[in-house]
Structures are given as C-alpha cells and as structure tokens.
Design a protein around this ligand. Structure first.
Ligand code: ASN
Length: 624
C-alpha cells in the first residue's frame, strides 16, 4: 500500500467549520447534539457522482464509484476501554479504519487521485473492489459528542434525519453507526421520519469495539456498506450479524451475543452468507411520486406501560395523566387485559375519551393483537387501537411521529396509527400464510397500484381472487381457474355477496367447471348472503346434470327447505312444469310434501290425471 494518510477527525472538523457559514456547532447546554461537519454548504459537492476511471494505471481498471455517507453517532463499535469501562472515543474512527486494508485501499485512492476529486478527503475512504467492478467510496461524518445510545433522545433522531435529508442527493446510500441499546428505537423513528424514501439507510453497530482483536464491528460495518452501496433497498434498515432487518420491525434481544437483534414478525430483508441474498419480496417500496423529505419533529408526550398482574389503578392514573398524548399499553398474549378490573378499564376509557391515543401491543416477542378473547375485547371497548404485530418500539416512535403532526385532527391521527405506513405491521396476517405467487396478472395489478410489500401483494391477490374466479366460472374458463389456483389462491373464497365460483358455475350449468371446482375442494354447502347453495342455484336454472353431480357430491337441501318445498312443488304441478318438478325430485324432495294449504303435487297430478307427471313423481331419481 502507498503511504497512509492518517488525518484526524478534528482536521475534518476544522475544514468543515471553515466551510460552514453558520459558526459554532458545539454541543449546546441541552442534550441535543450536532453534526460537526457541514460540508456541502457553500462548496461544490462531488460526492455521490460516479467517476468513470479509464486508464488510471495498471492496478486500476475502469470502474464505477458509488458513494455512501456513514453517520457515526457513537456506540460500542467505536468505543475504547477507559478506567475499566467502555466509552466512545472521539476523533479515532476514521484514523483507525484507514489502517485496515479491508476498509481502505490507499493505493487506489492515490492512483485515481481520489482525494482531489472528492470533498473532505480526510474523512473519505474507499473499499477494495467489489465483485461487480464497483468501488464503494464512503465518507464518515462523526457526531460530536459520540454517544452511548442509552444517552440518545428523540432530538438526536431528528438530527440524524436532518443530516440524511441534507446529504440525500449527494450519496447513493447511508449507514448510521449507532449503539445497540436503543438502535431499534432510532431505526423505528427514522423509518417514520423519512417519507418517500428512495435510498437505503442502514443502521449498524457492534457488541465488541472494532479495535479489539476479535469483534463483530468489522463484519457489521462491511455488510452495511456493501448493501448500502450496491442495492436499491429504499428502507430504513438495521444490519446485524449477517442479517438485514426492516428497522421498524427489529428489537434487541441479546446483550451478550453477536446475534443481538431479531425481527420477530417479519423475515430478514437480506441474508449475508457466501452471497448476499436480498429477499426482494419483503422489501418495502415507496408507492409515491413525491420527493424524499424528513419530518424531524417528534412529540415527546408519549409513553410505554407494561401490564402486569396486580397493577394498581394509581399507577395507571399516574401514567395516563396530562400531558400524555399517546401511549403504548403492552398487554398479555394476543392483546389481553383483565376484564374483571373495571377500575383499570375505566381509567383507560377516560383517557381515550379525552383524546389520548392508546395502542394495544402484545408483550409477546412474536405474534399479533387480535380480538380472540373477551379480555381483549374490553380494551377495544375502552377505545384502544390494536397495534397488530408492531413492536412496542415501533408503536411508540410511530405515536411520537404522528402526534407531532399538529395540523391533523385527532381522528386523522388515529387513522394514521391504524395504517401501515412503512411496513411496520403486517397488512393481512390471515393472508400471510398463503404462499407468494408469481402470477403475471397479479404482479401487473400490483405494479399499477404501486404495491409496496409482500403482505400487501397477498392482500390484493386475495381481494381480487373471488371476483376473478367467479368471472372465470361464469364464462366456463377452466384454464383461467387453473391459473388462479396456481397463484396460490383458494378457489373456495367468496365474493362480496358470499358467492363462490361454484355458485356461479352452478348457475351457468358449466358441468366441467363444477367438476373441476369440486376437485379443488370447493364446498357444496357454501351459502351465499341470500342463503342459496350451489344446488339451489343449479335447480333454479334447471341444470339437471349439475344438480345430479352436486347431489352425488353430497349436496342436499336443508330440513326447512325440504319442508317448505311443498308449496313450490304444488305450484309447479299446477302449471304442468315437469322440468321444474324434476329439479326438486333430484334435490331429494318428497313429492308428497304438502304445500301451505295441505295440498300436494301428487294429489294434483292424480286429480288432473296427468300420467306423465304421476310417473315422474312416483320415481326415485337417479344421480348416476
Ligand atoms: N451501550 C452500548 C450502546 O448502546 C451498547 C452497544 O453498542 N453494544 O451504545
């Protein structure tokens, strides 16, 4: 390697200060911290541009450069031991990283005059060549002070958000170095603050400082840089121990292992093993034509309360008192609370009545809030909003983001809390168990509707399947039904009128379609909202073969239908409608069933000496 440039962060800071027109960026009296660099302001930024390098010496081939901004907020990754405890070490990160060949190729930097090309050379590094002939050039923006993430506040979330917005156009991706303790909160908060996001923002950190011989910091930083520099994942993510998670789905689960995070209710966005495998189905996409923006405002009048057996009313009253505007109640199991505690429920109800938004999130690591139990329903009755499978961290940050939107009415804020804004909760858990389909048709619709994620795609598919399948049944198109089936859809799903494809095929008399649907498990007993079964439909439209087939498959009239059939039979007999009578016979109705005035079809056939009718009514119908 060529001569190493070991400039310190304070050099970069002074350069930034010189460029900055706004004077001091020292930390002020309160707990807010500022980014000390202010590059870009008053200068012509080159960062984020792609240099096409041709003929820059033997060692360097033509390649493309992508630019990543690394915002270093602190955390264990850059800490050193002082008096027996770990503390962030200022002005050390860039200097130390430049000494590691896997994090910086000084030879390339010199040969391509990297430092002449990019602003802020002191804090700009370049990775060795990636597989696809790309160079990831990254600039480190050190915050001052660097913080243990336990010291971070919502103001700090806003600072990070504002910096991402400020440098958004200059970089292809962003990495945020952060302590692990509150990383799940910051990644959740940033996910909401960043609106219409089109570039990756990846938080990472480590359990062991990067300077130690054996550590997880190097792998985490390298993985985050590689993903931020190479993949269009327009989300706020959290990268840890070879997995990329959606930021607002992750939670810290271990303080003593490298596998410190998990995403309990959503699979990883990427698995970094021998290859980097991006799970594109899971990636959330902005369904918007609006520009990226950051809303750094947060409402701090929010809180988390974990329910426990025996919690006193006084505790709940104290917690809910003004100025609280939003709360996350961490409940038991699938969102349950004691329904034998009217004192407690009354306090919750009083709070929601006076406009406090209370989210119901489960204490369980995995699973969702749903109204299975009476103990869950009481919370709905008290005005709580089900947080579905949101983590408490995500729910809290969502509340502080939504409640900061002072221009919105309370109803609009509640509506936002119920909406899936950034993939923080599953759109449709019932649909999520079905497998993802490859259907071109649904994909085209999904693209047209700018569907953002797998769950939404599945929800759309399930919403579209019944009318599509019913339409295919109507025209007798078995191939279309097969295609719908191959998408992973259930052909027993019913439309807005409770009508299944089998109802429609029975009406139309499409015998082959009926056979196919029965073979796919369609139910002969399904009743639509008018109470009709496919058998009643086939009878009504007089499709004899379909009636036979349905009967063979076990379809039958209900006891009431059979009892009430006498009147219909009698009027059919009175009008000499043999085909109509035959339908009822095939459906299993006894021709001696009396009508409302005790008259029967048989007695009428005899009285009128209608032999054909008498013969029909005396036969036992055959289904085969
Ligand atoms: N206390 C540290 C922090 O959150 C823990 C870590 O980063 N591993 O800053």
């Amino acid at each position: 390697m060529a001569e190493m440039k070991s400039t310190s962060v304070s050099d970069m800071t002074s350069l930034a200060r010189a460029l900055s027109s706004s004077g001091s960026h020292e930390r002020d009296q309160n707990d807010e911290f500022h980014s000390q660099t202010n590059f870009g302001r008053g200068s012509v930024p080159h960062l984020g541009r792609k240099r096409k390098l041709m003929g820059c010496g033997n060692a360097v081939h033509s390649c493309e450069e992508v630019c990543v901004l690394v915002i270093n907020t602190g955390g264990t990754i850059g800490m050193t031991l002082k008096d027996g405890v770990l503390e962030p070490e200022p002005n050390a990160f860039v200097k130390n990283l430049k000494k590691l060949i896997m994090f910086h190729d000084e030879d390339y930097a010199q040969k391509t005059k990297l430092y002449d090309y990019y602003d802020f050379p002191e804090s700009t590094l370049v990775l060795p060549m990636c597989k696809d002939n790309k160079r990831i050039v990254y600039t480190i923006l050190d915050y001052n002070p660097l913080l243990d993430s336990s010291n971070m506040t919502p103001k700090d979330w806003g600072t990070i958000g504002k910096d991402i917005e400020k440098y958004y156009e200059k970089y292809d991706g962003f990495v945020v170095l952060h302590g692990t303790d509150t990383m799940a909160y910051t990644s959740s908060a940033l996910s909401f603050m960043c609106e219409h996001q089109g570039k990756p923002v990846i938080l990472t950190g480590s359990q062991v400082p990067i300077y130690e011989m054996r550590n997880d910091g190097r792998g985490n930083l390298m993985g985050a840089l590689m993903i931020a520099g190479q993949f269009y994942i327009p989300e706020v993510c959290l990268y840890f121990n070879n997995k990329l998670y959606r930021g607002n789905r992750s939670t810290k689960v271990d303080s003593g292992r490298f596998h410190a995070f998990c995403s309990p209710n959503l699979g990883p966005l990427a698995d970094v093993e021998v290859d980097i495998k991006i799970n594109w189905d899971t990636v959330w996409r902005p369904n918007t034509t609006e520009r990226f923006r950051v809303r750094p405002e947060v409402n701090r009048n929010v809180g988390l309360l974990r329910l426990f057996p025996g919690i006193t009313t006084q505790t709940v009253i104290a917690f809910l008192q003004s100025p609280l505007e939003g709360a996350v109640l961490e409940t038991y199991g699938s969102g349950n609370a004691p329904d034998n505690r009217p004192d407690l429920l009354a306090e919750l109800k009083k709070a929601t009545d006076r406009g406090v938004i209370i989210m119901n999130c489960t204490q369980c690591l995995r699973g969702t809030v749903n109204p299975t139990y009476a103990t869950g329903k009481v919370l709905m009755d008290a005005g709580l909003i089900p947080g579905r499978d949101m983590t408490p961290e995500a729910a809290l940050c969502k509340l502080s983001y939504v409640l900061a939107r002072t221009e919105l009415s309370l109803e609009d804020k509640k509506k936002m809390m119920k909406q899936n804004l950034r993939g923080e909760m599953s759109a449709d858990l019932a649909g999520a168990k079905l497998s993802m389909s490859d259907s071109r048709f649904i994909q085209v619709i999904a693209n047209t509707l700018s569907i953002s994620c797998k769950e939404e795609l599945e929800a759309i598919r399930d919403a579209l399947t019944p009318p599509l399948a019913c339409a295919a049944s109507k025209i007798g198109d078995i191939d279309a039904l097969k295609a719908i089936r191959e998408m992973g859809s259930d052909l027993s799903l019913v439309d807005y009128d409770g009508r299944s494809p089998l109802h429609v095929a029975a009406c139309e008399g499409h015998l082959e379609v009926v056979k196919y649907l029965l073979g796919q498990g369609a139910s002969v007993h399904a009743r639509d909202r008018f109470g009709n079964t496919p058998l009643r439909n086939a009878m009504h439209f007089r499709h004899k073969e379909v009636v036979r087939l349905l009967r063979r498959t076990g379809a039958h009239l209900s006891t009431d239908e059979r009892k009430e059939a006498g009147t219909d039979l009698y009027s059919l007999a009175a009008s000499g409608d043999l085909v109509g009578l035959e339908m009822w016979m095939l459906a299993g109705v006894d021709p001696s069933t009396p009508g409302y005035d005790s008259q029967t079809a048989i007695s009428l056939a005899k009285a009128t000496e209608n032999l054909e009718m008498m013969k029909l009514l005396s036969q036992i119908p055959e289904f085969e």
